[in-house]
Design a protein around this ligand. Structure first.
Ligand code: FAD
Ligand code: NAD
Length: 402
């Protein structure tokens, strides 16, 4: 009799952790495991704002999948998923097809532009390694062009960031660190470069309490970041953002949109019922009515029963879901009861550059400044440790002094 085949789509936080757990919990005789990912590397999505600013090298934020998953135990396929044919238990890839008995969909997020006119065409996104690297190279090119006299328009040096959620704020924090260095490198006075964050809501980072938000704003403003809060972006043109009722143009040579994320478009293409671009899953992380189909991470909504709303999509959530999904797949294979998912919330930390940050950890302990920055690095290294142990932490971890 052939072994059941478990196929995992995506090697981000949810996919790589599920695969790792499955290899630990199941013997090679119990199941065949297949991991499919677009690239032969995993990247730390939670570090992409640093890649986008150029404060870390893109290679630090990624590692080869075969360094952490044994290719003799798991069949690794590096290809793009085009469609999930769930009625036929078949995955269509760009270059081949794969069938499955059990499926884990962990294809992550894409940037959501909410149909804002011109955003897809004119803004840059922090979405994966390549899109993030493009931003840092674009910024440097603007500086190089200005310095060489190829472009004398001072607005070309402006970096404008739409959205003051976590991604937007962490990104401008990195920019506040790197811009003075770029100014030195290209002999440009610092006061010629503007970093402008534009947020529709009355304040940035609404998930943190007021005290931490005002600390963050003060820290960033003192390092040259300007904020336009209560300012909705209506359109994006090649020159910048058009905002407010009087259609003011905020000009920038680098225009970045961090206004939100949604689930991978493969879900819609595959006929799943979507709620705001993602699939509602049951507490055991399966799609309602589907015995063998799990959806994890930024592709799904899981209800936080205590709060009465779905959990916010985070790396922390994705990795914890992976543990439960792997457990539940084993439970299905061995006719055991399935577990329900509940997040063990370790808290939230937002960086404001290398040596500053804010956070709320362990049910409400507030952190700011260097303590928060240090905690952020512990969190970043922890995900490396969970997947690749101390060896991966030593190779890719964050140890820079600050
Ligand atoms: P991902 O980690 O995005 O992985 C998806 C994987 O699927 C990738 O490997 C991708 O290449 C692959 N893939 C995509 N499409 C295809 C396809 N068609 N075919 C094959 N493979 C495909 N969360 C926190 O908890 N803490 C933080 O500090 C934090 N910081 C963040 C900072 C930034 C800048 C951003 C953007 C997000 C941050 N988040 C943070 C959120 C967190 O990164 C996401 O919630 C998390 O990455 C979701 O994990 P995932 O496994 O669902 O998807
Ligand atoms: P988000 O949805 O959290 O924030 C987007 C921001 O853009 C919001 O503040 C929104 O008001 C603003 N916005 C939307 N439309 C706008 C418009 N037209 N004009 C101006 N502003 C507009 O998105 P994100 O920051 O990309 O975060 C995505 C997910 O990733 C979140 O769930 C977050 O928790 C997670 N994340 C976590 C961390 C962390 O824990 N340190 C870091 C980054 C992201």
């Amino acid at each position: 009799m052939s072994k059941p085949k478990i196929v995992v789509l995506g090697a981000g936080y949810a996919g790589i952790t599920t695969t790792k757990r499955l290899t630990k919990q199941l013997s090679p005789e119990q199941a065949e495991i297949v991991l499919i990912n677009k690239h032969n590397y995993h990247y730390e999505s939670t570090w992409l704002h640093e890649v986008a600013a150029g404060t870390i090298n893109p290679n630090q934020a990624r590692y080869m999948i075969s360094d952490v998953i044994n290719p003799n135990r798991v069949r690794l396929i590096y290809d793009s998923v085009v469609e999930i044919k769930k009625d036929e238990q078949r995955i269509v890839l760009e270059n081949s097809e794969v069938t499955y008995d059990y499926l884990v969909v962990a294809l992550g997020f894409v940037t959501n532009t909410f149909g804002i006119k011109g955003m897809d065409e004119n803004a840059l996104f922090i979405q994966d390694i390549d899109s993030a690297r493009l931003i840092s190279e674009h910024i440097e090119y603007q500086f190089a062009q200005y310095s060489a006299g190829e472009n004398t328009d001072e607005d070309s040096l402006n970096i404008i960031v739409g959205g003051g959620g976590f991604t937007g704020i962490e990104f401008v924090g990195e920019l506040a660190d790197i811009v003075p260095k770029l100014c030195k490198k290209y002999d440009i006075p610092r006061n010629k470069v503007r970093i402008i964050n534009v947020e529709a809501a009355p304040s940035v980072l609404p998930m943190f309490d007021r005290d931490l938000v005002s600390y963050a704003l003060q820290s960033l403003e003192s390092r040259g970041v300007e904020f336009r809060m209560g300012t909705a972006i209506k359109e994006c043109t090649p020159e910048g953002f058009i905002v407010g009722d009087d259609a003011e143009l905020i000009k920038g040579g680098t225009v970045v949109w961090t206004g939100g994320v949604t689930g991978n478009p493969v879900l819609g293409k595959s006929g799943f019922e979507l709620v705001k671009g993602k699939v509602n899953v049951d507490a055991d992380l399966r799609v309602p009515g589907e015995e063998n189909l799990f959806i994890l991470g930024d592709c799904s909504w899981v209800m936080d029963k205590q709060a009465g709303r779905p959990y916010a999509p985070t790396g922390q959530l994705a990795m914890q879901e992976a543990d439960v999904a792997a457990y539940n797949i084993k439970a299905l294979l061995t006719n055991q009861p399935l577990k329900e998912f509940a997040l063990d919330d370790k808290g939230t930390v937002a960086s404001l550059g290398l040596s500053d940050g804010i956070g709320s950890i362990f049910s409400g302990t507030k952190l700011k400044g260097k303590a928060a920055a240090a905690m952020k690095k512990v969190v970043d290294d922890r995900s490396l440790f969970i997947v690749g142990g101390p060896k991966l932490v030593l190779k890719k971890g964050k140890f820079r002094p600050f």
